[in-house]
Write a protein that binds this ligand. Structure first.
Ligand code: GLU
Length: 298
C-alpha cells in the first residue's frame, strides 16, 4: 500500500520538476522513509511489544489501530499532498516510526490533522493517541499533557518577502503587521516580548504565507524549521530574516500520566540515532536546516 503512494509521490515530483516551480528535496513530495519490510527499511514493525502499563497502548490494541495527530501544511515536517493524500515529512515519519515500534504498520494508522490551538484538547479528550507536529515542550502545556522527547530543536524566526530589507530581526517590527498561528508559542512571544505594529492570527501557517505573498502582512513568525520549508518551495518569493530568537524543543504529545508510553518513546529515540539521522537527511537537511539529535528529557 505504502509503495503505491511512494510511486504517486515520485510521479508528482517529476511533474513539478517539469513545471515552473523549482522542485528540490525540500518539496512536499519528498518521499517517506522506505516502508517496513523492504530491503532498505529504516525500521521494522515490532512484534514483541510489552506495554501493559500504558492506557494509550491498551486503547490502540483494543481498536487495532493508532490515531495520530499531525499537521498537513508544513513542507518537510508534516505535509499532506492534496491530490494523492500522501503524508510526508520529518514529523510524519517520526510518527510512523513510533507506530511501528508499538506494532502498528502504515495500514493501521489513522492521521488526524489538528491545528496548533487544538492539540492539548485532542490529547486530553483521547481523540488521538499521540501528536507529532512541531509541538514545543512548555510548562504550560505540561499542565494538561505529557511530552516524550525532545526529538528536535529549532528557534523562532521571521519570514518576509525576498525583496524586503527593512526587517532583520524582531526589533524591526514597529509599524509592521506580523502573522502567526493561534495557540502557538511564537505568537505569544512576539506579543509578550516584542513590539510589532500589529499581529494577526490564523489556524495555520500556510494561511499566513498566503497573506504574506498577497502583501496583507509584512512578516510571519514561527519556528525556523517551519519557515525554511516554505522558503525551499519558493526561494524567489520568500526569505528568512535574521537569526532565531528562542529555543523551541519539539516533543511528542501524549496523555498526562502515561509514563510507560513516554518511556517507550524516549528509549526509541535514544537508541534510534541512525533512524533520526536518516530522517533528518531525507526531510530537513535539503531545506538548509541545521540540527543534531537532542537528548531526551529526564
Ligand atoms: N513550535 C511552536 C508551537 O508549538 C510553533 C509551531 C506550531 O504552532 O506548531 O507552538
Amino acid at each position: 500500500m505504502r509503495k503505491t503512494r511512494l510511486i504517486v509521490g515520485t510521479a508528482l515530483a517529476a511533474i513539478a520538476t517539469l513545471g515552473l516551480t523549482a522542485c528540490n528535496s525540500g518539496s512536499p513530495t519528498s518521499p517517506g522513509a522506505p516502508e517496513a519490510g523492504s530491503d532498505d527499511a529504516l525500521w521494522q514493525v515490532a512484534t514483541d511489544v510489552d506495554l501493559a502499563d500504558s492506557p494509550t497502548y491498551e486503547a490502540m490494541t483494543a481498536r487495532d489501530g493508532v490515531i495520530i495527530g499531525v499537521k498537513n501544511d508544513q513542507p518537510g515536517l508534516g505535509y499532506e499532498d492534496a491530490a494523492s493524500g500522501e503524508r510526508t515529512g520529518f514529523d510524519v515519519d517520526m510518527a510512523r516510526w513510533i507506530a511501528a515500534s508499538l506494532g502498528f504498520d502504515e495500514d493501521k494508522i489513522t492521521y488526524q490533522t489538528i491545528p496548533s490551538a487544538n492539540r492539548e484538547q485532542a490529547i486530553v479528550n483521547g481523540d488521538i493517541d499521540y501528536y507529532v507536529g512541531t509541538y514545543s515542550i512548555t510548562d504550560k502545556r505540561k499542565e494538561q499533557i505529557d511530552f516524550a522527547g525532545p526529538y528536535f530543536e529549532t528557534g523562532q524566526g521571521l519570514l518576509v518577502a525576498a525583496d524586503d530589507d527593512s526587517i532583520n530581526g524582531p526589533d524591526d517590527l514597529a509599524g509592521k503587521t506580523v502573522c502567526s498561528v493561534t495557540g502557538s508559542t511564537p505568537l505569544q512571544r512576539i506579543r509578550d516580548e516584542y513590539s510589532p505594529g500589529n499581529t494577526v492570527e490564523y489556524d495555520t501557517y500556510s494561511q499566513c504565507v498566503e497573506q504574506l505573498k498577497g502583501g496583507q502582512v509584512d512578516a510571519i513568525t514561527t519556528d525556523e524549521a517551519i519557515l525554511a520549508g516554505y522558503v525551499a518551495l519558493e526561494p524567489e518569493a520568500l526569505k528568512i530574516a535574521g537569526d532565531p530568537f528562542s529555543e523551541e524543543r519539539y516533543g511528542v504529545g501524549i496523555a498526562k500520566g502515561d509514563t510507560a508510553l513516554k518511556d517507550h518513546i524516549n528509549a526509541l529515540l535514544t537508541d534510534g540515532g541512525d533512524v533520526w539521522t536518516a530522517l533528518f537527511d531525507l526531510h530537513l537537511e535539503p531545506a538548509g536546516i541545521e540540527g543534531t539529535q537532542p537528548a531526551v528529557d529526564e
